[in-house]
Design a protein around this ligand. Structure first.
Ligand code: SF4
Length: 330
């Protein structure tokens, strides 16, 4: 564990057991997250990006302890909170909030907007008396761009963008240090996406928040992030400061992702066919490098060795046996 992260994962794994065993009677698992290490600094926005099914949402849910990890450790402000039960973790939960992709599904349809926003305050015993509770709700609604007259309305009366604003107000209510944003704009129209992203950027600045922004959309990640982790088949394959990653991607998967977005990866030469084929099943990932079934650079060793994240210079790390070597990919 390094000391300057606000929150950190060390060799974190989240495997879900399947009911059906293999033909030899061996237990099978959906290996959603395997051996992931990363950290988020105070005040930064870390983007976590990858195709659907790469494990990024499971990683977020495991970090906020909605799931019990199968292996590895989670640290918050240098404390190992991995095995803490809900009661012990409650004071930390105040500082680590999460907002979800589908704001409708994540808001209780039987609660008013005011009660939804105040619920974390009530749980943490931070609501104060009735008047103070109301003032806090109104303040949170205002800073999230919600008219205070909505306070007695119900989630179904709002648009997707407004519901996401309610979700943000709720996450902010207890004064968190870090918010995991799990695909928070994927279900929204493009114009509304920009409003929500800009609101998150403004609130991050105003409150000195850290954000972990989980998304399949590289353009959005490019807009909001300071640093980016790229995930593939449950593993982090590349991480770097945003500008460095977008200018100098070293992992073939990152190169393929960027090349698939013309406005970002238009000047990447000869990288247009890097993402052919499907992501393998996380029940049966390939041996060796998880990307070897889709990688046009793969050599024999790629089928035998799992590449570790290695320093590629500065804060740039890449999990590829060939990246950065003489005669290699980059
Ligand atoms: Fe491709 Fe091999 Fe690098 Fe994996 S380790 S990304 S298969 S070159």
């Amino acid at each position: 564990m390094t000391s300057d992260y606000l929150m950190e994962a060390e060799n974190l794994s989240m495997w879900f057991p399947l009911k059906k065993r293999d033909r030899n009677g061996k237990r099978r698992y959906v290996k959603a997250v395997s051996d992931v290490s990363f950290g988020v600094h105070g005040g930064e926005t870390l983007g976590i990006v990858g195709e659907s099914g790469c494990g990024k949402s499971t990683l977020g849910r495991t970090m906020v302890k909605l799931l019990k990890p199968s292996g590895g450790n989670i640290y918050f402000e240098r404390q190992d909170v991995t095995s803490w039960d809900e009661r012990r973790f409650r004071p930390i939960r105040r500082h680590v909030q999460i907002m979800f992709q589908d704001p409708y599904a994540s808001l209780n349809p039987r609660m008013t907007v005011g009660d939804i926003i105040a619920e974390p305050l009530d749980i943490q015993g931070m609501s104060g008396n009735k008047k103070i509770r109301l003032e806090k709700i109104v303040y949170l609604m205002e800073i999230c761009g919600l008219d205070k007259s909505y306070i007695t309305r119900y989630p179904h009366e709002f648009s997707g963008g407004q519901r996401q604003r309610i979700g943000i107000a709720r996450a902010l209510s207890v004064g968190p240090k870090l918010i995991f944003c799990d695909e928070p704009v994927s279900a929204l129209d493009v114009s509304i996406q920009a409003q929500i992203i800009n609101l998150l950027i403004d609130l991050k600045k105003s409150f000195g928040l850290s954000l972990v922004f989980i998304s399949h959309d590289l353009s959005v990640v490019n807009h909001i992030s300071d640093r980016v982790c790229v995930m593939y088949l449950g593993r982090v394959v590349e991480t770097a400061e945003k500008t460095e990653l977008f200018k100098n991607p070293l992992h073939p998967y990152t190169q393929g992702l960027l090349a698939s977005i013309p406005e970002i990866g238009g000047d990447l030469p000869d990288k247009e066919n890097l993402l052919e084929g499907e992501i393998p099943s996380p029940v049966n990932p390939p041996s060796g490098c998880p990307f070897n079934t889709r990688c046009k650079y793969a050599v024999r060793e790629c089928h035998e060795l799992v590449p570790e994240l290695r320093n590629s210079g500065g804060e740039h790390y890449t999990a590829c046996l060939l990246a950065g070597n003489n005669g290699g990919i980059a």
